[in-house]
Ligand binder design. Sequence first.
Ligand SMILES: [Zn+2]
Length: 210
Amino acid sequence: MSSLQEAPKEIYNLYLQTALNIVTYFEDESQEERLKELTDLAEVSAKLDLKLKKSCEILQRLSAPQDDFNGNQEVIDHAQTLEQFTNEIEGIDTDVNKHKKFQDFQQQVQVLLENTRLNNAANVNDDELVLTQNDINVIDPITKRRINDPVRNTVCGHVYDRGSVEALLKANKQTRCPVAGCANKNYLQLDNFQTDILTKRYLDRNPHAD
Ligand SMILES: [Zn+2]
């Protein structure tokens, strides 16, 4: 079960890594088309993901034993349940604007492209990348050391080192975003983390910078 739950997270990390590869290695006219194909694929995954999650919820609700007015458990009418299930899954809302990982994927690709275009326009060396308004922070807010494997909190956009934030959560599940002044007051959730490709590219290109 855990591998099934992990699957959507891994899929989006793969899509992000692929987008980074496309931007890095296809600096020609095919780049746009390749990114479009990848985005279409990511969108299909987002729709399937929404449908699967909602179907499980519906199935659980419909198959839960119900008490009748006398407090006795009603016998489930399987044919009726199946019909209701079929009707309900047809009406599932698969609006990908509500899929956080897909939204984050799109946003990251956009920022990466903008950053790449700015750098190309400025004609700078790889090791003096122009920083956009989204300043790249390579220091992990938890250990105060250079990030090794950057993950982004899709709720607030802050970036941490994967290892250190996972260790933090292992020690205490009720941990909030460690960045000072962060407006996100919810507890951190592993499920909300995605690879941060802009930071990843910067770290790859600047192995000694901090
Ligand atoms: Zn934050």
